[in-house]
Design a protein around this ligand. Structure first.
Ligand code: TEU
Length: 556
């Protein structure tokens, strides 16, 4: 494997700094807190740490609105704290991946502060400004966090585009000065020794020519799909790669809402020289509400056959042509065991291990979101004032109070099922005060189940989800067939069991996962296997699959 391809051998651990570990007792996670916990991440076996944004920000979208790309948010610490974290991580042979948010900045960034003043200053064309059309917004695009994607600025007598919050103006990537400014930001962090970037909604940076309306009825989801994977995206990513990324030994992943496998092959293809891999959204966008105006806000479970069809499409679609990221959850998604498994105490551990086995034996680079390795669950909030996320709150007000599309109790059920807040409750380190996250009142509510789901208890239990993840990561590190094997789907229509094979250099790996709480039996020839690689029941009844049982076999 060439030096440049080490991303195929790695497992990434995602840290949401605000909720990971507080060290200065202000109730907010910080960089020294992460440094203090590096040994824990190393013990899990991860190779890379993805840090959600830690830059100076007014935090209208928890750091995804950056006001200064070269300064650390004081709530997280200083640049010296960052340098200390980076050095200690490297001493432990852990790489650091930063979150690069360059589709938009904060409206408090000095570029925007200048841009909005006049039409003829050096930053006037750094953003996407348009004249009113018949006294209204330039088109019918809607923003991902509610309302129009346009906001009027009287000083300029123009609207500016923001695909997300009004405080997140979209950068104008058509402007070569914007691209060079972004490349300089990347060089700043890469020259400090950072090992790569997760690029936030990077497939939105090339806007469609003329910014035409989306087909009515416009929705936020349709707007994002309409803008995604624009006509100059490959050009911009190729320029970024040739001018910056190719000069360093980096790992890069592009967050690409709406991208297809065909798109992903263009960005991550073996000869594409753009990015290493993408975060696609198909499998986490399943079971949307039948009413398109409600988008993702739904409480229906994901159908296994649809989940299999989606993941299998990406496995077979990129096999030998590109590279997948593998993830069940992150800071934008509900907790995996609640969404795809079963967080009833009777089945939580088993189904968390089953989900991990199913994902980690696929082809691609696995991402573990903080707490996923404990089997942390959704928060199961019941009241609106328990929510913090701009997306949750904005859509409650828009869909319940303004547009009256859904009633309050129903929307609260949808939020409990799928809001981003589910992923942002503080990390659960122990069963003591504030779960060991902080000695001050945490910025966001703890999940009360920290009393029974926490790191300390997990490390003391050899059958914990933590040690199971550790085993899976070790299996990946030590088995080429897991890293590089091809993918063969089995029985796509089976709505109880997920099974697939991997093939590499004459060997075959067989994965069989029972996604139900029933005992089922399946025979894929596992009795002829040369060895059992892993089983979340620790013993094997061969053709019988107990509730949420997952196992993998090797055939030599
Ligand atoms: O998310 C992009 C994105 O598409 C998500 O907002 C997703 O569509 C939504 O959360 C689904 O409900 C990235 C970041 O991961 C997210 O945290 C930011 O809020 C967003 O971009 C804007 O920067």
């Amino acid at each position: 494997m060439s030096k440049k391809q080490w991303f195929k051998d790695t497992v990434v651990y995602q840290v949401y700094p605000m909720s990971f570990q507080d060290s200065d007792n202000d109730g907010i996670g910080d960089l020294p807190g992460i440094t203090k916990r590096l040994d824990y991440i190393k013990k899990l076996g991860a190779d890379v740490i993805w840090l959600n944004p830690i830059y100076e920000s007014p935090n209208k979208d928890n750091g995804y609105d950056i006001a200064n790309y070269r300064a650390i948010n004081p709530e997280y610490g200083s640049m010296n704290d960052f340098d200390d974290l980076l050095n200690k991580a490297h001493q432990l042979n852990l790489k650091i991946m930063m979150d690069l948010v360059v589709n938009h900045t904060s409206d408090q960034h000095h570029w925007f502060q200048e841009s909005k003043k006049t039409k003829d200053n050096p930053f006037s064309d750094f953003y996407i400004w348009r004249d009113p059309v018949d006294g209204h917004e330039p088109n019918n695009w809607l923003a991902a966090f509610g309302g129009s994607a346009w906001t009027y600025v009287p000083e300029r007598k123009q609207y500016y585009l923001h695909l997300f919050a009004t405080g997140q103006p979209d950068l104008n990537w058509e402007n070569p000065d914007v691209r060079q400014a972004v490349f300089d930001i990347e060089r700043f962090w890469l020259d400090k020794g950072v090992d790569g970037f997760r690029m936030d909604v990077i497939n939105l940076i090339s806007k469609p020519k003329g910014l035409p309306d989306v087909p009515e009825p416009a929705t936020a989801g349709k707007t994002m799909d309409f803008v995604a994977d624009g006509h100059r995206l490959n050009e911009f990513l190729s320029q970024m790669n040739s001018e910056v990324l190719s000069k360093y030994d980096t790992i890069t992943v592009g967050e690409m809402p709406g991208s297809t496998t065909e798109d992903a092959i263009k960005y991550t293809g073996l000869n594409s020289h753009e990015l290493n891999m993408v975060f696609q959204f198909e499998h986490v966008g399943l079971s949307p509400n039948p009413d398109v105006r409600l988008g993702k806000w739904n409480d229906q479970p994901v159908k296994l056959t649809e989940l299999k069809a989606s993941l299998n499409r990406w496995q077979t679609g990129l096999d030998g042509k590109g590279w997948n990221s593998l993830y069940w959850n992150n800071h934008d998604q509900p907790r995996a065991v609640s969404r795809f498994g079963n967080d009833d105490p009777k089945y939580r551990v088993l189904s968390a291990k089953m989900l991990a086995t199913t994902l980690h034996l696929m082809q691609g680079t696995p991402y573990v979101y903080q707490g996923e390795e404990l089997g942390m669950t959704n928060a199961h909030f019941t009241k609106l004032n328990q929510y913090e996320d701009i997306e949750s709150i904005n859509f409650y007000h828009e869909l319940v109070e303004q547009e009256k599309i859904v009633d309050g109790p129903t929307m609260l059920k949808y939020l409990a099922n799928i809001s981003r807040d589910n992923a942002r409750t503080p990390m659960q380190w122990n069963d003591k005060n504030n779960a060991g996250f902080s000695s001050a009142k945490p910025w966001f509510a703890l999940n009360p189940n920290y009393k029974s789901i926490n790191v300390e208890d997990s490390l003391a239990d050899k059958n914990s989800v933590f040690y199971y993840y550790q085993k899976l990561i070790k299996l990946r590190h030590n088995n080429e067939i897991i890293k590089y094997g091809s993918f063969e789907e089995i029985d796509p229509d089976d709505d109880q069991v997920y099974a697939y094979r991997r093939h590499y250099e004459g060997k075959t790996l067989l994965l069989i996962s029972n996604f139900t709480d029933k005992i089922v039996s399946r025979d894929y020839g596992q009795s002829n296997a040369s060895s059992l690689l892993i089983d979340n029941y620790e013993d094997d009844k061969v053709n019988e699959l107990r509730p949420y049982e997952a196992k993998a076999y090797l055939f030599k």
